[in-house]
Write a protein that binds this ligand. Structure first.
Ligand SMILES: C[S@@+](CC[C@H](N)C(=O)[O-])C[C@H]1O[C@@H](n2cnc3c(N)ncnc32)[C@H](O)[C@@H]1O
Length: 220
């Protein structure tokens, strides 16, 4: 299974200079070392599946190129916060927000999970298309694929409730290349109960991947 993740990683390693790509009929900036959404069929799926609260607030953790954050702004969210641990991803998200003229709506910050936020930052939707494979990343690009000990997933579940509005929604993009049972167990430790919102199995040159949009609600 993890071979599929390594194949995708190898395709990312071939990107060594800034370039642009097409996705959803739009042009986007891509910096080397940043997760490239046009290389995965999941990107168009998540763009279509996600709820964008019109006049509301949207937070994307691990924004990468920022294409979802930009879409959230273009689809009517009043405020969008894009967070990423990678310096290149933060710069990439800024560039795409500027390219699509939503930089006044999209706030971008660098840090580990919710670290850049204050206690006053609360959102109607928090979303993360996560680095779904448990493993040790060798560099910033690999951190888009591997989460050591699922520590970032644990931080996501630990920190989310402090940043959700009442009735706010917590969403995670995941795949069957990851260990979903372990993620459910981590969620449960912090009082979250999972539900599968959408799923699609997609063919690749090396096999199939199932992309899964999960929603977590507070148990009890
Ligand atoms: C699978 S990529 C998704 C990128 C983008 N959201 C997309 O869908 O194209 C996961 C992203 O999470 C970021 N990330 C990984 N661990 C993180 C952490 N602890 N805190 C914040 N961002 C993190 C990575 O840098 C990467 O940009």
């Amino acid at each position: 299974m993890q071979e599929l993740a390594y194949t995708l990683l190898t395709r990312h390693r071939e990107i060594t200079t800034p370039r642009t790509f097409q996705l959803l009929g739009m042009e986007w900036d891509l910096l080397p070392g940043v997760y490239a959404p046009h290389l995965s069929q999941s990107s168009a799926l998540y763009a279509e599946w996600l709820p964008y609260p019109v006049h509301g607030s949207f937070c994307e953790v691990g924004s990468g190129t920022g294409y979802i954050s930009v879409l959230a702004a273009l689809r009517g969210c009043a405020s969008v916060t894009a967070l990423d641990i990678s310096e290149a991803a933060v710069e990439n998200t800024r560039r795409n927000a500027e390219r699509h003229r939503v930089d006044s709506v999209v706030r971008v910050a660098r840090g580990d999970m919710f670290e850049p936020l204050t206690g006053e930052d609360r959102f109607d939707v928090i979303y993360w298309n996560s680095n779904f494979v448990e493993g040790e990343p060798a560099d910033a690009l690999e951190r888009a694929f591997f989460d050591p000990g699922y520590a970032a997933h644990a931080a996501f579940f630990r920190g989310a409730s402090a940043h959700l509005e009442p009735g706010g929604r917590l969403l995670l993009g995941f795949t069957d290349l990851g260990d979903e049972r372990r993620v459910h167990a981590l969620a449960a430790e912090h009082g979250w109960r999972p539900a599968l919102l959408r799923a699609a199995k997609c063919g690749t040159e090396n096999g199939h991947i199932e992309y899964r949009l999960l929603e977590f609600t507070q148990a009890g």
